[in-house]
Design a protein around this ligand. Sequence first.
Ligand code: NOJ
Length: 526
Amino acid sequence: MAEARDPSADGTAPDGPPFDGVVYQVYPRSFRDTDGDGVGDLAGMRAGLDHLASLGVGAVWSSPFFRSPMADFGYDISDHRDVDPLFGALADVDGLIADAHARGLRVWLDWVANHTSDRHPWFTASRSSREDPHRDWYVWRDPAPDGGPPNNWIRHFAPEPAWTYDDATGQYYLHHFLPEQPDVNWDDPGLREAQLDVLRFWIDRGVDGFRADAIVLIGQDRTYPDDPPGTPPDGRGWFHWHPSTRGHLAAARRVLDERGAVMIGEAFLEDVDAVLAHVGDDALHLAFTFQLLLAPWDATEWARRIAEVDAAFAARGLWPAWVLSNHDKPRLATRVGSRARARAALCVLLTLRGVPTLYQGDELALEDAEVPTEREVDPGGRDGCRAPMPWTSEPGCGWPDPAWLPLPPDAAALSVAAQEADPASALHLTRRLIALRSSHEVLVRGAQRVLGAADGIPDGVLGFVRELGDARMVTLAEMAGRTATVPAFADGAWVVRIGSDGAAAGEGGTFDGTLPADTAVVLERA
Ligand code: NOJ
């Protein structure tokens, strides 16, 4: 068993959250390819660690690389304890963990606790007969009286039933996602222990934590009631979250605490109290807050959501975990309409109270790839945000042609190599922001207050202040697409620490109150 880690030994203050750095999400298929098959691999992830270390992030969360038939590109696991040959072998994970730790980076894996692949031996056994000891590891129900599915639930990715009929045993099985991803039954003690063993296996191999996939769905209302009439097709299934999840999380938390590992959960719920129902000393350490990822690009709306989320978490002594992009949603730059805005959003993300997560390529302000119909591969229509990360400015940008997906727009000009050479690039901006956060305690531990008209914030501008002792820092972001003036911070006492437009020359001077369209500044009270 791995030795339990002392959270204070690596600089995390005892009164702080279990992790106070920046998280970087790697989507392994698209991060870096070293064997030339057009799909990223674990050796590529290892080769990319210096890039991550140069950004100053504290943890790398990798989407799944376990054995999988890839119906959902790895979120359908057929062996939790092995690596899919596409990505490498177990020894590569050991190497990745060692290399990451040598650079001061923690390694977090994806824990897919709600479902497995339909090819997982657990499911093969479960579907083999109603008497099989694994039968109750999954959710089997008799057909409705008309022979149809047991209830009216709709699965993700297509307006189709969340139940599939299995001829062999004459029952339906539940799958919130693809039919190839049957939901497991967490009320079964055998299944529960097997899933907890997955945690033990990886922690004992040196992993520091997990991102818990679709975690709010593991506790289920075992009466399986129909969804009410008029249930919107969007966000299907997430609202099926059930209070029994908390008890399952408590069991997982004991395993994590015994070994000093942390867990951040995917609680894809807009209601903040519903997210919080899964966080605490006997549950998740952290939960992603998706409120800004789901928000329109509007200063009033961002201010409202930041204030609401922060107040709710702060009231319980917790930190939010902000996220603006991931492998499931259009990229930040695509969603908010321009790279300039994406850069402004990075200034917001990296100065907010809480744990910020970057999705690979956010530091390059990448946009989604245009994926022609004949190259679409994802059953959930998410190919664009999963485009390969451009590393070099040569043709292919470090990938063979064709790679598994087309490259994003302007890949060569936005590659790591090209941006490395440009001090005004998004890459350097991201590094400066993370360095600022690391060197200014106020940005990590300071209290936060969203500013409004009474503080001199004009319409169309988002502003918030961080305060710790005498230290004060303010972030201002112009979100209405027109130059704004903010005289309240132009009294000569506010120094520009960061400007999102890359005008590093302006950094270090006093703020003159002008905020060009679609830009942000981070100011420090001198
Ligand atoms: C959420 C993951 O982020 C997504 O990619 C996946 O399709 C579903 N969970 C199912 O595992």
